[in-house]
Design a binder for this molecule. Structure first.
Ligand SMILES: NC(=O)c1ccc[n+]([C@@H]2O[C@H](COP(=O)([O-])OP(=O)(O)OC[C@H]3O[C@@H](n4cnc5c(N)ncnc54)[C@H](O)[C@@H]3O)[C@@H](O)[C@H]2O)c1
Length: 311
């Protein structure tokens, strides 16, 4: 039996993610978008890449949800992306409406799917999808931490001129300016970061990680990053479909863990065939706890705005 993944939103992130999934031969892919014909054309283009790259998966596009029926995983990237000068939170109201209607359609055709959210503001969109789908919390997962840690790892590796493969980084919190890179637990082949660079360098890399999205938006002008975000979402899909049980930082609904209740916030989790199979609650210093609480408070502010719209 082949797996089936639907990617909703066939724009920059969605189309790149679909291609990543095809390259890895993880599943047949259905790309859905409201732009008439566009996902169908992109799907066909990706299908015709198969003979060259040697993948046998079917990639199709659609403007409706019927072809998505019985998907194992649905990646949701539909909605507006940032432009220069915008924060992720500026997208709140527009993308709330998109995620609400997309989730309703997805759930109707794939009641057993695992949802991987990408649309920003990420943590608030996860909350919306969870409310609308009424799925158990292990089946609603947000992609942010894999990207944020990839950025931190990239900057650390470049600074030290070492392989990115040897760099482990930990980033907690919401996917926004208040994200919390945990320097204490970040290392290069087990060597703590604090032994490899001075405090000023570490702070510079932490700040670059926090503003990593905006750095790219500034160059692109008409949109935001998509290659790394797409690869990050595909890594999560792979861990789920292959039941790899990778431990990855993802946005999940916390119910008391880290002293946070009822909010989606990025923490390390085990990702397998049942979606989130474990939430790791790691011991934090009081300073780290404070930073995480501040990040959660920023997520709560967004939820307070959209909650009345959900009733
Ligand atoms: N979580 C993260 O780390 C992360 C990283 C990058 C981008 N993002 C977010 O992902 C989203 C997509 O970014 P992008 O660069 O691909 O944007 P994009 O504009 O290239 O693509 C978005 C697509 O969504 C489609 N769309 C809009 N409303 C829809 C609906 N109701 N149903 C189906 N499709 C719909 C649009 O037609 C468009 O093709 C943005 O919200 C962006 O901020 C998140």
């Amino acid at each position: 039996m082949r797996n089936k993944v639907t990617v909703v939103g066939g724009g920059n992130v969605g189309a790149s993610c679909a291609l990543n999934i095809a390259f890895k031969e993880l599943a047949d892919v259905v790309l859905v978008d409201v732009m008439e014909g566009v996902p169908i054309g992109k799907g066909l283009d990706m299908l015709e890449t198969g003979p060259i790259e040697g993948y046998d998966v079917h990639v199709t596009g659609a403007n409706d949800y019927e072809p998505t029926a019985n998907s194992d995983v649905v990646v949701i990237t539909a909605g507006l992306a940032r432009k220069p000068g915008m924060s992720r939170d500026d997208l709140l109201m527009a993308n709330f409406d998109v995620i609400k209607s997309v989730t309703e359609q997805v759930v109707k055709y794939s009641p057993n799917a695992i949802l991987v959210l990408v649309t920003n503001p990420l943590d608030a969109m996860c909350w919306t999808a969870h409310q609308v789908s009424k799925f158990s919390k292990n089946r609603v997962i947000g992609m942010a931490g894999v990207l944020d840690t990839a950025r931190f790892r990239t900057f650390i590796a470049a600074e030290l001129n070492v392989s990115v493969e040897n760099v482990t980084a930990v980033v907690l919190g919401g996917h926004g300016d208040t994200m919390v890179p945990i320097v204490r637990l970040s290392n290069v082949s087990g060597i703590p970061l604090t032994e490899l660079m001075d405090q000023a360098t570490i702070e510079r890399l932490v700040e670059r990680t926090r503003t990593g999205g905006a750095e790219i938006v500034k160059y692109l002008k008409t949109g935001s990053a998509y290659y790394a975000p797409a690869a990050a979402a595909a890594e999560m899909v792979e861990s789920i479909l292959k039941d790899k049980k990778k431990v990855l930082p993802c946005a999940v609904l916390l119910e008391g863990e880290y002293g946070i209740n009822g909010l989606f916030v990025g923490v390390p989790v085990k990702l397998g065939s049942r979606g989130i199979e474990k939430i790791y609650e790691i011991h934090l210093t009081s300073e780290e706890k404070q930073a995480l609480a501040k990040s959660a408070a920023a997520v709560q502010e967004l939820i307070d705005v959209i909650k009345p719209k959900m009733a």
